[in-house]
Design a protein around this ligand. Structure first.
Ligand code: SF4
Length: 311
């Protein structure tokens, strides 16, 4: 069976933070509580707080069973993908199911906005590694950076994250994403330092956009400035932005617009798009499906491979 047969799994792919990581995607493309200015999954999608069964967890676990039977080797199984995974009401069943199938540690990448809910904290606490995002240290920056659902409140979000950090016995790796001029001033950095001291994560990893984003305000923080911020934030803070990608980086973002721009130059296969944009296959597959449905692109068979192009 090839990767093509997998609907919910992608990889394993090399991850800077998690080694060889098998991705598990349990929500439809851009199903999220926020609309961050640096999001690579498209802009202006409606946010949601509906915690529901977006995809059948039994189907996800069936795929994982097949993947393991094929001889899966991975450092982590990472629940993330094309939106906010804690929106799936079956997260607890999924993590339990993965633990029954394999000893590979389970990681959850989350924007952590639903941590104000006890059920979400309890579900995430079943994972081995949780990687929550914290891109704002005050309510005003939360609005500017993350464009959260109107019913989300900064104080509740941070309060939930604090409760989770006390409850969780696994590894807590906090990610802070910086956009120059939005959350990088001295006052903001001081507030982050204070919050980090309260949350006591095992690691803090700081990042910035090394690929173009859909919003021009999501400006990249220069490398030396990001390192200076890391120093101010204290020990155990690691810069994870891969500035080497700036050399010859793709000029496209992971949005519909990005893929359309790429295809307007030349027809590409799925692999060509993924490689050219440095994106996971699962996300690109979903965007392509949407572009085909809306007739913005067409598929063409060439030498037993499918190429996509603008009609
Ligand atoms: S949390 Fe992630 S998926 Fe959601 S809007 Fe922000 S970057 Fe995009």
């Amino acid at each position: 069976m090839t990767d093509q047969a997998y609907k919910y799994l992608f990889g394993p792919v090399p991850s800077r933070r998690l080694g060889r990581s098998l991705g598990v995607d349990i929500v439809p493309l851009k199903t999220c509580t926020q609309n961050c200015i640096y999001c690579q999954l498209g802009k202006d999608a409606p946010q949601t707080l509906d915690r529901t069964d977006y995809v059948p967890i039994s189907d996800v676990l069936d795929e994982l069973t097949r993947k393991i039977e094929e001889g899966l080797t991975a450092d982590t199984i990472t629940i993330s993908g094309s939106g906010e995974p804690t929106l799936h009401a079956g997260l607890s069943d999924l993590i339990d199911g993965i633990h029954r199938l394999t000893d590979i540690p389970v990681a959850v990448i989350t924007n952590s906005t639903l941590m104000y809910r006890a059920d979400v904290r309890d579900d995430c606490a079943k994972a081995d590694i949780v990687l929550p995002s914290l891109d704002a240290a005050d309510a005003e920056t939360f609005e500017a950076m993350n464009h959260p659902h109107p019913n989300l409140c900064f104080a509740e979000w941070v309060g939930g994250l604090k409760l989770f950090s006390k409850q969780f016995s696994g590894k807590l790796w906090l990610e802070v994403f910086f956009c120059d001029g939005v959350n990088t001033n001295d006052e903001s950095v001081t507030k982050f330092k204070d919050l980090i001291e309260q949350l006591k994560p095992d690691k803090v990893q700081i990042n910035t956009s090394v690929r173009p984003t859909v919003h021009s305000v999501a400006a990249r923080v220069p490398e030396d400035k990001l390192h200076a911020i890391a120093e101010k934030l204290g020990d155990h803070v690691e810069v994870i932005a891969d500035f080497s990608r700036l050399d010859g980086q793709t000029e496209f973002s992971a949005s519909e617009e990005g893929i359309l721009a790429m295809l307007s130059r030349r027809p590409c296969s799925l692999e060509g798009i993924c490689d050219g944009m440095g994106l996971n296959r699962n996300v690109v597959q979903k965007i392509i499906a949407r572009l085909l449905e809306t007739s913005k692109i067409i598929a063409e068979e060439k030498k037993q491979e499918t190429y996509y192009k603008i009609p």
